[in-house]
Design a protein around this ligand. Structure first.
Ligand code: ASP
Length: 698
């Protein structure tokens, strides 16, 4: 039985200070009105989060976007998020003659708003604790695979039931490896149209040089409008937009869907991130990004096709560097080890937690097992992020194999509920494909696969490429395969998507054949992982319960793409000795950075407006000590009165590794000030209707 979230199993404890904690809405209620007030929020708890209605109130105006967050800011479905969260819509409508990524866009009337073929958003409607359902469904004494499969089956069952309501999308989530489980029910909106995006030189001002740093001068915001049945969507709640701004020490909260963090991991698991994952990711993203950049220099079409990929590769590379720098500087693995020692000593005194020591050892063994085939698994995991000549056949192969099974037995992501999404992606992905770029990325992946240690070979790659002598021969072979394949042709690929494995095989298409063979290895990897995940589901909760008991206060679970709120204050920081950063920037700072060349090229229109008046005073970005991570992009930043003051878009360099631990000294998130948006719409783009819509609610 599904029941409304209760506070069962959570600790009521002493007040935590603002800053640390990506709290679930239930944890906010649990900590109570006095705690919330202490965070600077005068609103009654019920207004913040209405548990009786199954979840509602102001926190439920955090809308989930693909990889990002956003919020409604008008009664007519106007939604604010980051510029970098809607690049795919800009790209969909761009050509070398009209480049929206570069020039931005303003819809003067509703008829000018530009739709997207694949941009969906999810508005939360109900939140349920389903831990009991998961536990009730477990067979007696399951083995690891049995446990994993049982949880997966429960999740599918709950999701299927929940999605019987039309226009509904439901998400099942495990917290800290299975400490508790939730189901979130969303209204899914598929008609989302672009209203306003600033030019790239504003939305991405400072580019990769400024990314993950402070001081920042980027107007990383955009407006889209959601429609339902052809009419503007009427949200249950929308934020008033504040023209008052925030000053140092003012309270703010960030609401959104942080993706993933690693604070609940063991020190040894963190060490795997530090020693293997981030260095490997850094090297790979650097190599692929260099290819994209090189080809983009030669062709404007390549530049448009790869704009979003370039950005995400650059972002991932710099993020990896930041994580590595932060892990080393903060000695985060060592700190986690010290915490573990304290927890072990605590367990020694508490017989009721005795099993946690066994659980700890079992989790360490899972890691040892994972490391056996680490290099190969890393490459197999990254097939969907690189070359399409490799990624598309793999998608087709997996889809056709999964389609042979009854819906409820298919791998998540390939069930009937996922097909519309997958089909929508054909066209969007085609726009991101550029042959010259793709073949080089394909060859890069193949070379890495050929360099794997002897006991971790990918047989399908060896069979196709193993005999080739040098890089030039590999590149030639990749080009040959692409030329002989029909997978890269959009219309043919759409047909292939509906075919059985036999039909795909009968095509004798070389890329499809490679895809089917590599997919077999990826499925074997998935099967091994299911067993490991079953072990984690058994042991992580046992260990975490001891960790939380030792902490003696509420502990926020790791980010898992579910709704969280984090409270903080507007605050500067000191990145190193003798350097003090203040928390606000203005347009004057952007002008001081202006060189006329990317990425520091303030558009002429803005320079003119700046020259005309007091634009130097225009606030641009601000810092706070909220606890955010990737996925929090576009999250509404609200003041103590519940008014929108900005949109979150980044963290400072010293805080990238906060995924492994919160350090109040340097934990700073970066937000774009909504007054910059209002100024642009008033002084630069003359969009009074939009400004009125944004500011109608006081
Ligand atoms: N830039 C990030 C995002 O895109 C936000 C962050 O990692 O702090 O979600």
């Amino acid at each position: 039985m599904v029941r409304s979230l209760t506070l069962a199993g959570m600790l009521v404890g002493s007040f935590a200070l603002a800053g640390e904690g990506k709290w679930t809405p239930q944890q906010v209620l649990q900590q109570g009105p006095a705690w919330v007030k202490q965070q600077g929020f005068g609103l009654p708890l019920g207004k913040l989060w209405d548990e009786k209605g199954g979840g509602g109130g102001l926190l439920a105006n955090a809308v989930q976007l693909p990889g990002c967050s956003g919020s409604f800011v008008s009664k007519d479905g106007l939604l604010i998020t980051n510029h970098h969260c809607i690049v795919s819509i800009l790209q969909e409508h761009s050509s070398p003659a009209q480049n929206l990524v570069k020039d931005g866009y303003l819809a003067k009337t509703a008829a000018d708003e530009k739709g997207s073929k694949s941009f969906r958003i999810q508005v939360p409607r109900r939140f349920l604790d389903v831990t009991k359902d998961v536990l009730d469904d477990l067979p007696p004494s399951p083995d690891a695979l049995g446990r994993y499969k049982s949880v997966e089956a429960t999740s599918k069952k709950l999701v299927a039931r929940c999605e019987q309501t039309p226009n509904t999308r439901c998400t099942f989530a495990a917290f800290d490896g299975g400490l508790f489980f939730t189901l979130t029910e969303f209204t899914e909106l598929t008609d989302v149209r672009l209203v306003y995006a600033p030019p790239g030189a504003v939305g991405d001002f400072g580019g990769e040089i400024d990314n993950w740093t402070w001081p920042r001068h980027s107007g990383d915001f955009a407006l889209v409008r959601a429609y339902q049945d052809g009419k503007p969507y009427q949200p249950k709640y929308y934020f008033p937009v504040s023209k008052d701004g925030v000053k140092e020490n003012d309270a703010v909260a960030v609401l959104g869907y942080p993706g993933v963090s690693f604070r609940a991991q063991l020190a040894d698991e963190m060490a795997e991130r530090q020693d293997r994952w981030f260095p490997a990711l850094r090297a790979l993203t650097a190599e692929w990004q260099a290819i994209l950049e090189d080809e983009s220099r030669k062709s404007p079409d390549a530049a448009i096709a790869t704009a979003d990929d370039q950005r995400s590769l650059l972002n991932a590379r710099k993020n990896s560097e930041g994580q590595l720098a932060g892990l080393a500087r903060g000695r985060l693995v060592e700190k986690q080890r010290a915490t573990e020692e304290k927890v072990k000593a605590f367990i020694g005194q508490k017989p009721e937690h005795a099993k946690a020591l066994l659980a700890y050892a079992a989790l360490q063994q899972v890691l040892v097992d994972r490391l056996q085939t680490w290099d190969r698994d890393f490459l197999l995991d990254l097939t969907s992020r690189g070359s399409r000549a490799l990624g598309w056949p793999l998608l087709l192969a997996r889809r056709s194999v999964e389609a042979q099974r009854p819906d409820a037995e298919r791998e998540p992501g390939y069930q009937d509920r996922d097909l519309a999404r997958l089909r929508e992606r054909h066209e969007r992905d085609q726009k991101r494909y550029f042959a010259g770029v793709d073949q080089r990325v394909f060859a890069s992946w193949v070379k890495r696969a050929l360099a794997l240690p002897k006991d971790q070979r990918i047989a399908a790659v060896d069979a196709t490429f193993g005999a080739l002598k040098d890089d030039a021969a590999i590149a030639r072979k990749c080009a040959e395969l692409a030329a002989a394949s029909r997978v890269l042709d959009l219309e043919t690929r759409k047909k292939m998507f509906e075919e059985t494995p036999e039909q795909l095989r009968a095509r004798k298409d070389p890329l499809l054949d490679l895809g089917l063979a590599v997919d077999t290895e990826r499925r074997a990897l998935r099967d091994r992982r299911d067993v490991l995940s079953g072990r984690v589901l058994e042991f992580r909760p046992v260990w975490r319960r001891a960790v939380i008991a030792e902490a003696g206060k509420p502990v926020a679970p790791d980010a898992n793409s579910t709704l969280r709120v984090t409270f903080g204050r507007i605050k500067g920081y000191s990145p190193r000795e003798a350097v003090v950063m203040t928390p606000h920037t203005t347009l004057a700072g952007a002008m001081a950075k202006h060189t006329g060349e990317e990425p520091f090229d303030v558009p002429q229109k803005i320079r003119d407006a700046y020259a005309r008046g007091k634009a130097g005073q225009v606030p641009v970005d601000f810092l706070a000590d909220c606890d955010t991570t990737g996925g929090n992009s576009g999250s509404p930043v609200i003041d103590g009165k519940g008014r929108l003051v900005g949109v979150n878009f980044d963290r400072v360099w010293e805080n990238v590794a906060n995924d492994f631990g919160y350090n109040p000294e340097v934990a700073r998130n970066v937000s774009a000030d909504v007054r910059y948006l209002l100024w642009l719409l008033t002084e630069v783009d003359a969009a009074p209707g939009l400004v009125a819509e944004l500011t109608e609610r006081k």
